[in-house]
Design a protein around this ligand. Structure first.
Ligand code: SME
Length: 171
C-alpha cells in the first residue's frame, strides 16, 4: 500500500476515534477521498436500507439521479447484494452499469461490510478508463472495513450477502 493510502487510513482512524457516527462522518469521508486522490472524480456512500441502497453522501462535479438503487440493479446493487468488490475498467462493456455521468469510463464499488453483513458501499467513478488498480482495491477495502465495524457497532441491519466473505473479485 502506498504512503498516501496509509495516511488516508490514519485520517479515518482519527475521525472514528472521536466517537462519531457513520452518519456524522460520511460527508467528510467522501470529500476526503475525492480531494486526496485525483482519479476519484465522483465519490458516493450508499447505505443498505431494506432492499435498496440509498445515497447518504456524495462529492463530485454533479449530483446523480441514482439516489435510490434496488439491490438487484447496477454495479452498486451487485456489490451490495453479493458483498464482493466490483472493479469495472470500462463501464461501456458492463451490462450491469447504470449510467450517472456521461464522462464516466470506469467505476469501483467497495462494500462496507463485516464477515456476515453488508451495510453499504463506497462508489467511485473515474473519467479515465481502467483507473482503479489493485492498490486502490486494497486501500478502499481496508477503509471500508473500518466503516463496516462502525456500522455494526451502531446496530445497523444491513443485508446478508449472497456469498461468504471473499478477498477480492476483480471484474
Ligand atoms: N453506476 C452505478 C450507479 C451509481 S452512479 O455511478 C453514481 C451503478 O451501475 O450501479
Amino acid at each position: 500500500m502506498q504512503k498516501r493510502h496509509e495516511s488516508s487510513l490514519a485520517w479515518l482512524d482519527r475521525k472514528l476515534v472521536a466517537g462519531r457516527t457513520l452518519g456524522q462522518v460520511c460527508d467528510e469521508v467522501v470529500t476526503h477521498l475525492r480531494t486526496t486522490f485525483a482519479h476519484y472524480h465522483w465519490v458516493g456512500i450508499y447505505m443498505v436500507e431494506g432492499d435498496r441502497l440509498r445515497l447518504w453522501s456524495w462529492d463530485g462535479p454533479a449530483a446523480t439521479e441514482h439516489v435510490d438503487i434496488p439491490l438487484d440493479q447496477g454495479v452498486c446493487g451487485f456489490a451490495a447484494s453479493t458483498g464482493d468488490l466490483a472493479n469495472v475498467p470500462d463501464v461501456s462493456q458492463d451490462d450491469r452499469y447504470l449510467q450517472c455521468f456521461l464522462g464516466t469510463r470506469s467505476e469501483l464499488v467497495v462494500p462496507i461490510r463485516t464477515q456476515r453483513r453488508v451495510y453499504g458501499e463506497i462508489d467511485i467513478d473515474s473519467d479515465r478508463l481502467g483507473a482503479f488498480s489493485a492498490d486502490d482495491e486494497a486501500f478502499l477495502s481496508s477503509f471500508c472495513d473500518r466503516l463496516g465495524v462502525l456500522a455494526e457497532r451502531e446496530g445497523r441491519v444491513g443485508h446478508a450477502p449472497d456469498r461468504p466473505r471473499a478477498r477480492s473479485s476483480r471484474r
